[in-house]
Design a protein around this ligand. Structure first.
Ligand code: XUL
Ligand code: CO
Length: 434
């Protein structure tokens, strides 16, 4: 036991706990909602990078957090893991996620980094077995080190492509070894700063080739989890190829991988792409590529990826409404890809942030489930499109030709009448649940 969370007790569901007590007031893991335990619906995960590796910097200043495990040695990496699993025990969330670079010290060579990584993976494996915390997904950090400054798979230098392929191979092996339920690819540097020096067509083809190799290797090792692309329009690069869900779908179609790869949709990335979170979720569901979510919001004024814990129940409710409509999570879950504000220095801030995030999600989720059970939105939607159920309208969708339709319309049988979209009535309806 470390003494990092010394004075903090395991957090329990206690809706009537005194205001100054850390408790779940809405997240009750065992409560049955929409036919399943809440824990099994929501599948919460803690992100290793923000909680344990991020030093609290911003573009104008460096480290604000003073963590006893900061540094590039194996002993400190193990201490970091000890504290992480102590936090998981306090929170009781079922999952966590990592990048290779979050959990192991960078070595002087690829081989050294690999040895460090494998040693830490075994260390995590033992802890996971004793404690029961599972891996929602693993991923490779192919964006922080300077070798990736011009991209990973999309780098003009083939040696960086090879380094990235080798790194992904090892991260897939490790995810598989720890029985991870998904493997995520977020292309933070897979894009460009300026077209003046960029061969966009070639770079997209390189990214397609990398993804094909990832899918082939997944099958080779018998990894049954999901392969998930996480879209984001920009930041760190000016333009990223995996801009949003629809763009990723086009990319998957181009390389014949739409049946193999799904998406991990992040709330903040949706906003950066000029969409709502629910738009991205509904699009993924309609295209059959919904996988998992990163539940962290951005500040609406700064227009930047601030990775804050969720705190707006109505937004979260509309998101989970789409998740439930898509049939809920299978291998996916709710990952808090969220970090503290850099002034939130205390160990208790880390716990409170996750407890608050889980409670906001639980409230939103319960509202979404109630709304779906009530069926008001689905009824209104069905009524809005009811005209399409008529046999004549069906022929227009199936085999009628333009000239046949023209004959019908010109004959005077068709006279469309505008009807209300009832948006305010529907907004009032949603407000009853959130
Ligand atoms: C960055 C981001 C990543 C991915 C995993 O914006 O969201 O942390 O979730 O690489
Ligand atoms: Co993310």
């Amino acid at each position: 036991m470390t003494d990092f969370f010394a004075d903090i007790s395991p957090v329990k569901y206690a809706p009537d706990a005194p205001a100054d007590t850390l408790a779940y007031r809405h997240y009750n893991p065992d409560e049955i909602v929409a036919g399943k335990r809440m824990e099994d619906h929501l599948r919460f995960a803690v992100a290793w990078w923000h909680s344990f590796a991020w030093p609290g910097g911003d573009p104008f200043g460096g480290q604000t957090f003073d963590r006893p495990w900061f540094g590039n040695t194996m002993d400190l990496a193990r201490l970091k893991a000890d504290v992480a699993f102590e936090m998981f025990a306090l929170l009781g969330q079922p999952y966590y996620c990592w990048h290779d670079a979050d959990i192991r010290p960078e070595g002087d060579s690829f081989a050294q980094s690999k040895r460090n990584f494998e040693e830490i993976i075994d260390y995590l494996g033992t802890k996971m077995e004793t404690q029961g915390t599972k891996l929602l997904w693993g991923t490779a950090n192919l964006f922080s080190h300077r070798r990736f400054m011009s991209g990973a798979a999309t780098n003009p230098d083939p040696e960086v492509f090879a380094w990235s392929a080798a790194t992904v191979k090892n991260c897939l092996d490790a995810t598989h070894k720890l029985k991870g339920e998904n493997y995520v690819l977020w292309g933070g540097r897979e894009g460009y700063e300026t077209l003046l020096n960029t061969d966009l067509k070639r770079e997209r083809a390189q990214a397609g080739r990398m993804l094909q190799m990832v899918v082939d290797y997944k099958h080779k090792i018998g990894f049954k989890g999901g392969i998930l692309i996480e879209p984001k329009p920009q930041e760190p690069t000016k333009h990223q190829y995996d801009y949003d869900v629809a763009t990723v779908y086009g990319f998957l179609k181009e390389f014949g991988l739409e049946g193999e790869v799904q998406v991990n949709i992040e709330q903040g990335h949706a906003i950066l792409a000029g969409h709502s979170f629910e738009h991205e979720l509904a699009t993924a569901s309609a295209l059959g590529i919904f996988g998992s979510i990163d539940m962290n919001r951005n500040d609406y004024q700064s227009g930047w990826d601030t990775d804050q814990f969720p705190n707006t129940v109505p937004e979260v409710a509309l998101a989970y409404y789409e998740v439930l409509k898509a049939g809920g999570f299978t291998t996916g879950g709710t990952n808090f890809d969220a970090k503290l504000r850099r002034q939130s220095l205390d160990p208790v801030d880390l716990i409170a942030a996750h407890v608050g995030g889980m409670d906001v999600c639980a409230r939103g989720f319960k509202a979404a489930a109630a709304m779906l059970a009530d069926g008001g939105l689905e009824e209104a939607r069905a009524a809005r499109y009811a005209g399409w159920d008529a046999p004549q309208a069906q022929t227009w969708l199936q085999d009628a030709t333009l000239d046949q339709i023209e004959t019908t319309v010109a004959g005077g049988a068709i006279d469309p009448q505008p009807r209300s979209g009832r948006q305010e009535i529907l907004e009032n309806y949603v407000n009853r649940f959130v």
